[in-house]
Design a protein around this ligand. Structure first.
Ligand code: XLS
Ligand code: NI
Ligand code: NI
Length: 442
């Protein structure tokens, strides 16, 4: 028995997915993702640090509000919850190995089914993380981040850290403690907080200020515990404007940065940005990445896409090279994600029911990001993009503009400059030219 495939292979007939280049007609091959190809000074795999999201790939069952499951997994058959968890982990590591995904991410309840007994849950987490440790060692796959699911259980219907009932908050804390212990045990690089139901449905019954203070306290105690246990990784907040609540407190990157700074959390926490969440917030993903990058708080990414006609979190796999090339421009200029990565928080469609669909989905996502990275690097290296953008600001490079930037001009001096220099000339923003530059390198 191989430690990677367990005692049975779940994806029979699918071998190692290889890079075959643009001309390949093999649907189970990469056209762009070539892990060791050097782009902008380092291998692609180090820029991208792809991760598999356990929940969508191995727990998601295809159900939607209008119908039950359509995905029936061979790893989900055993009557014993511990065996089921091991089978699922065998399937996950087989999949990640075959497709060359170097990282994974989980919620506590994705790894192993939870009960209402905290101590039993802690035992289960310890059991399955022992197994995960072996699987990681055998495969070389690492944990990008762990997290706790504080939104599915009925007790969290009014939130977890922001629940008006203190007792519920303590159950959230118990789960976070166990999930942090698991993350540390497995050498996770980050620990994520996505505020599942941390928000409100109606302001009428909500003391928003008090709830936000509770959230900050909760994050502080979690961070203090993690640090005391030796966790040196990054804590990440994942912004999302709505869904499941009407208004989530971690609305978008700018809101979260303000929150972190207000409550003194900015030295331990960064942002995990998700494409579809940006869309829901009425932003582009590029905007969110730029906001985080310029604050020095760009931590990690959840890769997916929304649907331009639908207003919910559809979590489809990414396919737009244009959109991601613009994002990769920011990523490259920011120097990368450091210990963060790109987690495919995306699910195959309800009617994608063949085992290979999970492969097609990830191959598509990985290829799209890889291609976007190559395009962005070419734009930065070969085109006038940077020069053009820099030239737009040249009036600040010398003379009075530079004095203004240096804080040497007061309001009266600015007024006097305007008087002395008359009406400014019109300068084109050249948006279409910039858009064409991106397309030129695709
Ligand atoms: C849901 C979130 C969730 C987080 C992890 O919309 O994206 O999947 O990434 O809790
Ligand atoms: Ni996410
Ligand atoms: Ni999401």
């Amino acid at each position: 028995m191989s430690i990677i495939t367990g005692d049975k292979a779940f994806f029979k007939g699918i071998g190692q997915v290889q890079f075959e280049g643009r001309e390949s007609k093999n649907p189970l091959a990469f056209r762009w993702y070539e892990a060791d190809r050097v782009v902008a000074g380092k291998p692609m795999k180090d820029w991208l640090r792809f991760a598999c999201a356990y929940w969508h790939s191995f727990n998601g069952d295809g159900s939607d509000p209008f119908g039950g499951r359509t995905h029936f997994f061979p790893w989900d058959q055993s009557a014993d919850p511990l065996q089921r968890a091991k089978d699922k982990m065998d399937a996950a590591f087989e999949f990640m190995t075959k497709i060359n995904l170097p990282f994974y991410c989980f919620h506590d309840v994705d790894l192993i089914e939870h009960t209402n007994d905290i101590q039993e849950n802690e035992k289960r987490m310890s059991f399955i993380t022992d197994y995960a440790k072996q699987k990681q060692a055998a495969s070389g796959i690492e944990l990008l981040w762990g997290t706790a699911n504080l939104f599915s259980h009925v007790r969290y219907m009014n939130g977890a850290a922001t629940n008006p009932d203190f007792h519920v908050l303590t159950h959230g804390a118990a789960q976070v403690k166990a999930a942090l212990d698991a993350t540390i045990k497995l050498g996770g690089s980050n620990y994520v907080f996505w505020g599942g139901r941390e928000g409100y449905m109606s302001l009428l019954n909500t003391d928003m200020k008090r709830e936000q203070e509770h959230l900050a306290k909760f994050l502080h105690v979690a961070k203090d515990y993690g640090r005391a246990q030796g966790f040196t990784g990054t804590f990440l907040i994942e912004p999302k404007p709505c869904e499941p609540t009407k208004h989530q407190y971690d609305y978008d990157a700018a809101t979260v940065i303000g929150f972190l700074e207000h409550f003194g959390l900015q030295n331990d926490f960064k942002l995990n940005l998700e494409v579809n969440h940006a869309t829901l917030a009425g932003h582009t993903f590029q905007h969110e990445v730029q906001v985080a990058a310029q604050a020095g708080l760009l931590g990690s990414m959840d890769a997916n896409r929304g649907d331009y006609q639908n207003g919910w979190d559809t979590d489809q796999f990414p396919t737009s090279v244009n959109e991601l090339a613009e994002t990769m421009l920011i990523l490259l200029e920011a120097g990368g994600l450091n210990k963060g990565g790109i987690n495919f928080d995306a699910k195959i469609r309800r009617n994608s029911t063949d085992p290979e669909d999970l492969f097609y989905a990830h191959i598509g996502g990985m290829d799209t990001f890889a291609r976007a990275l190559i395009v962005a690097d070419a734009v930065l290296q070969q085109s006038d993009y940077k020069k053009l953008r820099q030239q737009r600001y040249q009036s600040f490079d010398s003379g009075a503009g530079a004095d203004f930037e240096a804080g040497k001009l007061d309001l009266v001096a600015l007024r006097d400059y305007a008087v002395a220099n008359g009406e400014p000339a019109m300068i084109s923003g050249k948006q279409e030219l910039y858009e064409n530059i991106i397309n030129q390198y695709i």
